[in-house]
Design a protein around this ligand. Structure first.
Ligand SMILES: Nc1ncnc2c1ncn2[C@@H]1O[C@H](COP(=O)(O)OP(=O)(O)O)[C@@H](O)[C@H]1O
Ligand SMILES: [Mg+2]
Length: 344
């Protein structure tokens, strides 16, 4: 811990040339990681991501890290400084959609996977990242085997493809017997790769991210590491689920992610068009009202008919996901336009 604090103290006076403020004033140092072989990884927020800024910061930080402090290597990942409502990956114009929940078991991964597939089905090239280190389930939902992904000649990771979407998951890199090593340094390093070192299809518009549930340390650390996300909060109708989902929403907002809206999953069980509210009622609306955002969709209770985790387009829930994808892509387009008209 001490070493990280030393690194921070040694570099925070450096000026970001794109807005002439120090890294400290910009609150730019988002993440510091040290490897056993004395290499330093940093995630830095910069005002403007361009080659001059990157070159200048790389040079001045490397001087301190390597010459003054004696480390052997340095890798800096740059991301936009301003998180609120920003277009996440400015260089490529990719928008990240984070799917969060207050607790596990509410259908967060199911929603993330089906939303990604639905966005792709309506013609928006979409990828999916499973960043839930507690309960990685995306490969299983999509019927993907657990294999180590390949890398190309530039060391970019090549994602797997299922239901025509590209997928990256922590589980691909985990051996069965060592889930705990994900905490701490491994975690930061792995996620860093997911967000910056994957060779996504060049037309990718959206990347849906299945986040860990809750507001604990690990969940929050991950939300700090990821780029600016448009967040969706998933809850079930029950008041106790809603209460904790709300907390997750407020926590995400505190980390400057924009909250798009709420999805109530397991809304009701329908028999002959008659709804049975077996998990209670009103949770989604309560969370949306408290967060001041819209209730984007209510998804009934039903298992997919054809596949393990993905609803087909002819199934009722498949249709609901297509509607949700349409709604979201419209909202995101409007947000993006506003962003361009009012540059920060
Ligand atoms: N709308 C739904 N109707 C019926 N079962 C569902 C629905 N959504 C999720 N499930 C089931 O609930 C369980 C938990 O879902 P999952 O997506 O893994 O939750 P989480 O990621 O929040 O832990 C899974 O078995 C999933 O198939
Ligand atoms: Mg899950």
């Amino acid at each position: 811990m001490g070493e990280k604090a030393d690194i921070k103290a040694a570099i925070e006076h450096i000026i970001d040339p794109s807005n002439q403020k120090s890294l400290k004033a910009n609150d730019a140092i988002r993440f510091i990681d040290l490897s056993d072989d004395k290499k330093v990884s940093l995630i830095l927020g910069v005002y403007k991501i361009d080659d001059d800024t990157k070159k200048s910061l790389n040079r001045s930080i490397a001087k301190i890290i390597k010459l003054d402090l004696g480390f052997e290597g340095l890798k800096i990942t740059f991301e936009p400084l301003k998180k609120v409502g920003s277009i996440a990956d400015q260089e490529k114009g990719i928008i990240y959609i984070g799917v969060a929940s207050g607790k596990g078991g509410v259908g967060k991964s199911t929603v993330a996977a089906n939303l990604a597939v639905a966005l792709n089905r309506i013609g928006k090239k979409t990828a999916l990242i499973d960043a839930d280190i507690y309960g990685s389930s995306i490969p299983n939902l999509l019927d993907l085997p657990i294999l180590l992904p390949a890398a190309d000649e530039d060391q970019k990771i090549i994602p797997f493809v299922a239901f025509e979407i590209e997928v990256m998951a922590t589980e691909f890199f985990l051996k069965d017997d060592q889930p705990l090593m994900w905490r701490g340094p491994m975690l930061g390093k792995m996620l860093n790769h997911f967000f910056y070192d994957v060779k996504w299809h060049p037309d990718t518009e959206f990347i849906v991210v299945d986040l860990p549930p809750g507001t604990g340390d690990v969940a929050m650390d991950i939300q700090k590491i990821i780029p600016a996300c448009e967040m969706i909060v998933v809850t079930t109708p029950h008041p106790s689920a809603a209460n904790i989902a709300m907390k997750a929403g407020f926590a995400a907002r505190q980390l400057e992610h924009n909250i798009l809206g709420v999805i109530e999953n397991m809304h009701a069980y329908e028999i002959n068009k008659e709804k049975h509210f077996i998990f209670g009622q009103g949770g989604g609306k309560t969370v949306a009202d408290k967060l001041g955002v819209q209730l984007l969709a209510e998804i009934p209770i039903a298992q997919p008919e054809v596949h393990k985790g993905i609803y087909e387009m002819h199934e009722d829930i498949g249709v609901i996901y297509l509607g949700l994808a349409n709604k979201l892509s419209k909202i995101l387009q409007i947000n993006q336009k506003k962003q361009i008209e009012q540059p920060i």
